[in-house]
Design a binder for this molecule. Structure first.
Ligand SMILES: *Cc1c(COP(=O)(O)O)cnc(C)c1O
Length: 528
C-alpha cells in the first residue's frame, strides 16, 4: 500500500507497493496510486479554518451527536485530487471502445449535454406553476410523441426512472387491465435467456415466474410456448409473456408476431423488454408485432451517460388495450397548443382507470432533454442508420473472431447489435474470466461475461454504432491475441491484469463479505 502525497509520511518509503512498481512512490509515471480517503486524511485534522463556535443552547432535545463524527479532514485541494486520481483509474466511453454487451455504452453527443444544462431545463423546480414551465412540458410531450411514433404504440408513460422500473410499470398496467375484467391471473412466462430484471420484476409484482425454453438456435421455442398457452381456461393462468426483442443472445425473434398472436388468443398480454431497441429503431415498430407494453431505456437507445455516470430513464409505450391504465402524470396538449400536466383523474372520464403513480414527480427531466436532442439531431433517417450501423459493427466483430472464439449461434445467420461467444475451445483450466482480465491489460473494459446464462462462459460484445472500422479492428486484434493465449494455455494470462492499478481481486469474497465500513484495523492489516 502506498500513501500518496497528502497522507505520505517518511516511514512509508520502504513499505513496498501494491502495484509492485519499481519506484519510490509506488506510482507509475503519471498513473498515481491512490489509497482510501480515510488513509490520507485523519479525523483529528481539519481542512477548514473556522473560529470555534460560541457555546449556544441547542434545540436538539438530547439528539445531539455525542461522539466525534470521525470523517477524515482534508483541504479542498486534497479532496479534489483524491477524487480526480480515482477517476483516472476508471474506464469510460470517452476513453475508448466499451464493449459491454446488453448495456449499450454509446457515445454521448456533447450537444445533448449542452441542451440538458440550459437553465430553463436544468434549474426547474418540479412544483413550478405549469404556466412557467411550458417549454419543459413541451419537451416531455414531444419526446413521448416520438416514442409512440417510433414504436407504433398508442400511449406512453414517461415517468419510470430506469428499464427495470419500466418493466414494473408495464406489468402494473397489465395487472390493472386484467383486474378490470375480473381476471386476476398469476403467472408470467419468461424465456430462459431473459435479463435478470424480467423475472425479478414479475416476482416483485407477486407473479409466479415460469421459464420458456430456447431453441438450439437461441430463440424462443414457439411450440413450447404454444403448448403452455394451450392449457385452456383458468388453469392457463398466464397474465403475460415477457420477451426481449432483439433477445439477449443478440438475435431477432423472427416469430414475434406468431408469439403475440398465441399470447393474445390465450387472453394474456405481451410485454417486450425494449432495452435492445437501438438495434431496430427506425426499422421495426414493436406495435406492429403485437406488443402491448415495452420500456425504452432512454439511456441506452438514445444515448446519455449511464453506468455510474448518470441516472436512467425508462418510459413505457402501451397498446390501445393498455392505454387506459397508464399511470399519472400525463402531459397533454390542448387545441390552443397549451401543455397540461394531468396529475389527477376525472372520475368516470379522463384517465379514470390509471393504475396510480410510479414516482413523486414527472420523471428524469435531464434524460428527456438529452434523448430529445439526440432524436432531433439524428432525425428519422439518422435513427434508422443508428440501428443499421450498430448491427453492421456487431456482425463485423462476430465474423472477424468466430475462427478463434466459438460463436454458438453464429450459424443462426447475422446477429443484431451484439456478438455472442462462448468459452468452448479455450485450454483446460482457462476461463472467460481470464480472457476478460487479459483484455484489461490490452486497454479495454471487458465485455459482458457469463450472460446470457444459456451459453457456457458467455462473452457478449456490443460495440455500438459510432465506432470506426479502425477502432473495431484494433479491438478485434486485441481480443484475438488474448483468445489465442487462452487457447494456447499461456499461464501468464491467469495472473492478468498485470498493468492495471490493481491485480486480480477476489470477487467472490468481495461480493460475499463486502467491507463497507472503514476500520483502522483494516489499514494496519493491509500495511502489515
Ligand atoms: C439494461 C437492461 C435492462 C434493465 O434496464 P435498467 O435501465 O438498467 O434498469 C433490462 N433488460 C435488458 C435486456 C437490459 O439490457
Amino acid at each position: 500500500m502506498t500513501i500518496n502525497q497528502s497522507g505520505w509520511r517518511p516511514e512509508m518509503a520502504a513499505s513496498g507497493t501494491a502495484t509492485g512498481a519499481p519506484t519510490a512512490t509506488g506510482n507509475r509515471a503519471l498513473m498515481l496510486e491512490e489509497p482510501l480517503i480515510f488513509e490520507i486524511g485523519s479525523a483529528d485534522r481539519t481542512g477548514v479554518d473556522l473560529e470555534q463556535a460560541p457555546a449556544v443552547q441547542n434545540r436538539l432535545g438530547g439528539m445531539e451527536r455525542s461522539a466525534p463524527i470521525g470523517l477524515p479532514g482534508l483541504s479542498e485541494q486534497e479532496t479534489v485530487r483524491h477524487y480526480t486520481r480515482l477517476s483516472r483509474q476508471n474506464y469510460a466511453i470517452d476513453l475508448g471502445l466499451f464493449p459491454l454487451g446488453s448495456c449499450t455504452m454509446k457515445h454521448n453527443p456533447r450537444l445533448n449535454e449542452k441542451v440538458a444544462r440550459m437553465p430553463g431545463f436544468a434549474d426547474l423546480h418540479p412544483l413550478a406553476p405549469q404556466s412557467a414551465v411550458q417549454g419543459a412540458l413541451g419537451v416531455i410531450h414531444e419526446l413521448g410523441e416520438w416514442l409512440k411514433t417510433l414504436t407504433g404504440m398508442a400511449a406512453v408513460a414517461m415517468s419510470p426512472k430506469a428499464g427495470a422500473h419500466g418493466e414494473l410499470c408495464g406489468l402494473l398496467a397489465i395487472r390493472a387491465a386484467l383486474e378490470a375484467r375480473g381476471d386476476a391471473r398469476k403467472v408470467i412466462l419468461v424465456p430462459e435467456s431473459a435479463h435478470g430484471t424480467n423475472p425479478a420484476t414479475a416476482a416483485f409484482c407477486g407473479y409466479a415466474v415460469e421459464d420458456i425454453p430456447a431453441t438450439a438456435e437461441g430463440r424462443v421455442d414457439l411450440a413450447a410456448l404454444q403448448a403452455r398457452l394451450a392449457v385452456g381456461g383458468p388453469d392457463c393462468n398466464v397474465a403475460a409473456v415477457m420477451i426481449t426483442n432483439p433477445n439477449t443472445c443478440g438475435l431477432f425473434e423472427r416469430e414475434m408476431k406468431k408469439i403475440a398472436d398465441a399470447v393474445h388468443a390465450a387472453g394474456a398480454f405481451v410485454y417486450c423488454d425494449g432495452a435492445n431497441f437501438n438495434a431496430i429503431v427506425g426499422r421495426v415498430r414493436p406495435g406492429d408485432l403485437g406488443v402491448d407494453a415495452m420500456h425504452i431505456n432512454l439511456h441506452k437507445t438514445f444515448s446519455t451517460p449511464h453506468g455510474g455516470g448518470g441516472p436512467g430513464s425508462g418510459p413505457v409505450v402501451l397498446s390501445e388495450a393498455l392505454a387506459p391504465f397508464a399511470p399519472l402524470p400525463i402531459v397533454e396538449k390542448d387545441a390552443a397548443g397549451v401543455f397540461h400536466l394531468i396529475e389527477e383523474e376525472t372520475a368516470g372520464q379522463d384517465h379514470a382507470q390509471n393504475f396510480g403513480r410510479m414516482v413523486a414527480f414527472h420523471g428524469q427531466m435531464g434524460m428527456f432533454t438529452r434523448a430529445l436532442a439526440y432524436i432531433l439531431s439524428h432525425g428519422a433517417d439518422g435513427l434508422r442508420q443508428v440501428a443499421e450501423d450498430a448491427v453492421l459493427n456487431a456482425n463485423y466483430i462476430l465474423r472477424s473472431l468466430e475462427d478463434v472464439l466459438d460463436a454458438p449461434f453464429g450459424g443462426s445467420g447475422p446477429c443484431m447489435h451484439e456478438a455472442l461467444f462462448s468459452d468452448k475451445g479455450v485450454a483446460e483450466g482457462f476461463t472467460t474470466l481470464d480472457i476478460a482480465k487479459g483484455l484489461i491489460d490490452e486497454g479495454y473494459h471487458p465485455m459482458t461475461m457469463y450472460f446470457p446464462l444459456v451459453v457456457h462462459g458467455a462473452m457478449l460484445i456490443e460495440p455500438t454504432e459510432t465506432e470506426s472500422k479502425a477502432a473495431l479492428d484494433q479491438f478485434i486484434m486485441a481480443l484475438r491475441s488474448v483468445a489465442e493465449r487462452a487457447k494456447a494455455g499461456d499461464e501468464a494470462l491467469k495472473g492478468a491484469p498485470h498493468f492495471a492499478p490493481r491485480r486480480r481481486l477476489d470477487e467472490t469474497l468481495a461480493a460475499r463479505k463486502p467491507k463497507l465500513v472503514w476500520e483502522e484495523a483494516a489499514l494496519a492489516e493491509a500495511a502489515g
